[in-house]
Ligand binder design. Sequence first.
Ligand SMILES: Nc1ncnc2c1ncn2[C@@H]1O[C@H](COP(=O)(O)OP(=O)(O)OP(=O)(O)O)[C@@H](O)[C@H]1O
Ligand SMILES: [Mg+2]
Length: 505
Amino acid sequence: MTMLKLQHIMSNEIAKRSFLSRPPEPPASVLLSDPFQSIYIGTTKIFKVPFTWSFLNLTNPHIAVVGITGSGKSYFVKTLLIRASYVWNTNAVIIDWAGEYRAWVKQTGGVVVALGKGDYLNIMDLSGMRPIDRAKQILTSLEILTDIAQYPEQKRLTQEAIENAYSGAGFDLAEKPASGLGAPTLSDVVVLLQTKLQEGTYQYPAELENAIYRLRQFAREGEDYFARPSTLDLGKLVESGLVDIDLSSLPDERFRALAALFILQTLKEQMRSEGWSETKGLKAIVVLDEAWKVASDEKSDAITIVREGRKYQFGLIVASQNPTDINEAIFSNVGTNFILRIKFERFMNYIQGSLNFSDFIRNEISKFGVGQAAVEMAFQTSLRFPETFILERIHGEEPLYVYVIDLSDILVQSEIAANVLTREYQFEKDELKNKLIEYNVSSEAIDGMFASMDRNQRSMKILELVRNLSSMNVSISNIVSFLKSMSIEDTLITRIIASSGVEHG
Ligand SMILES: Nc1ncnc2c1ncn2[C@@H]1O[C@H](COP(=O)(O)OP(=O)(O)OP(=O)(O)O)[C@@H](O)[C@H]1O
Ligand SMILES: [Mg+2]
């Protein structure tokens, strides 16, 4: 025991010393690249050096962004996309899970594709690919999203029917498509399978029935978002400026994932077939925000793209609240990681395990406010400086008004000293406002609260907040869920409610 303790103290000492003798941030020459070939992001925390991001000396242009809700992931992505379009004329395709970029894209004059709301994607579209290759890709997507991998005969039947649908529409399976031919759809494939079943000659009708059932989920009338001719030209996707593929109106996660996988496959093929040309800059940035299975499944093209690295002329940005939704291969292979505020230990362990940053950085990450980030970059040559550093804040295009909910009035001195519980929660003005609106607080009451916070350096003590909410007739259970949504620990919530006296008032 004593030995261990001693060792612990010693390694702490060593850590401190090396922190002093080695620079805690990369040198300015690395942080600050040629302004015509890089994007300004913000200033570093310790030496206040402006940091401009460029992929030119990194292993690849791909980026992972993680952080809790409200930490600033989407804000960062928007900032990056806008500036990349200035610097490199970069196009962007946003695979928008929750529809959160839609309004912004419209505002900036981009194109919104609303799947499930009038727009369709035919996942059998070839955009220059050979039908046999597309058929394989469709099977891969089905393997990620359904149980088809467990049923080899059903898989075979499905693949065969897809290929037959292409042949039936006049395509040569092993040839790149001649122009002018219209691609078949999944509905055609279902019809082929049904015809085979009705013929009654196939040996295992149950297998056939199950294969039909599985495919029909994506071709049913009203849910045939991927089984009708596409309403957008996939060949032009990466040349259309800013494109938002809004998936939020699709009925469930599987439909969203199918769309995301399909788009990634298509883009990857386009980039492959066009080949790497030695133009500088990024042709396109593809954003996967909250990508769930698309970023976690080993078979997904998100992982292939990140692994194969530089040869694609597009940068993939994967953003998520839940780092465990992102395959470790992505963290350890992307050229840049942006880590915004992380709260849960489990998530922190996962990221620290993948990226190997110090406990110093870990501690900083857990205390981040909105827009603060740790940045980790993988340089092509190994250099002798820390590869993870902290940004004071991501400097976006809009000003930030941060409001603080201060918990110090209910924490006891020892808790504050031990630094185990979060002392304050920061919110951007609109974010806090929206939360209050969600709990039916009237707009006059909200204005009143902000006025009182403005008089108090934009902050409010937690007990005052709870009493305010209660006086505006927000029920106790709503106050509790409000506090939960701020990610305050349950035991602390009990204490806050008890100390506020609202239960009896
Ligand atoms: N660096 C920043 N500077 C100024 N404002 C910021 C910054 N980062 C975020 N914000 C503001 O904070 C709010 C939340 O940010 P954002 O929507 O980017 O969070 P998020 O991490 O994408 O959350 P979610 O996971 O819920 O999508 C927004 O109102 C945004 O404008
Ligand atoms: Mg977001």
